[in-house]
Design a protein around this ligand. Structure first.
Ligand code: HEC
Length: 131
């Protein structure tokens, strides 16, 4: 009796694990990598994004702008595997990308905005949905 109940329980556990993999995937950016965004402020980042005209090329959740898709939409950025199609998406690499996209990918259409490292970290915190 006991022997036959066990596989059923394991089966149910495995099934619930599979279900957990649905929409609630964890962000790909390692949550432990916090140094790159130490002291960063997502609210400041949001203001910077609004002031820098990023919406001219990107659709950004919660921000009004032209229906433009020069670059990819910036929603759910934490779940993206690569930035600019080649740079592994980590908080440090996101800051690097924001500081100087052409240094990562010389052919990219995204210009260097002239951000300071602190501003890039603020924007990264906003885009990654950090508090
Ligand atoms: C002139 C248009 C333009 C402007 C302005 C612009 N971007 Fe981009 N951005 C792009 C393009 C095009 C890409 C895709 C790059 C590639 O694949 O080489 C991109 C890629 C990105 C990526 C990587 C996303 C991914 O999935 O690869 C991020 C993050 C990003 N931009 C953020 C910003 C922010 C923040 C601003 C404002 C400071 C901004 N961009 C301003 C055109 C622009």
């Amino acid at each position: 009796m006991q022997g036959s109940a066990r596989p059923a329980i394991f089966g149910a556990a495995a099934l619930s694990l599979l279900c957990a993999c649905g929409d609630e995937r964890p962000p790909l950016a390692p949550p432990g990598e916090t140094e790159a965004l130490a002291g960063a402020d997502a609210a400041r980042g949001r203001n910077l994004v609004a002031g820098q005209g990023c919406v001219a090329c990107h659709t950004i959740p919660g921000m009004r702008g032209p229906l433009s898709s020069v670059g990819p939409p910036l929603d759910n950025l934490g779940r993206r595997a690569y930035l600019g199609g080649s740079l592994p998406n980590t908080p440090a690499n996101l800051v690097r990308w924001l500081l100087d996209p052409p240094s990562v990918n010389p052919g990219t259409a995204m210009p260097k905005a002239g951000l300071t490292p602190a501003e890039a970290a603020d924007i990264a915190a906003f885009l990654l949905g950090r508090p």
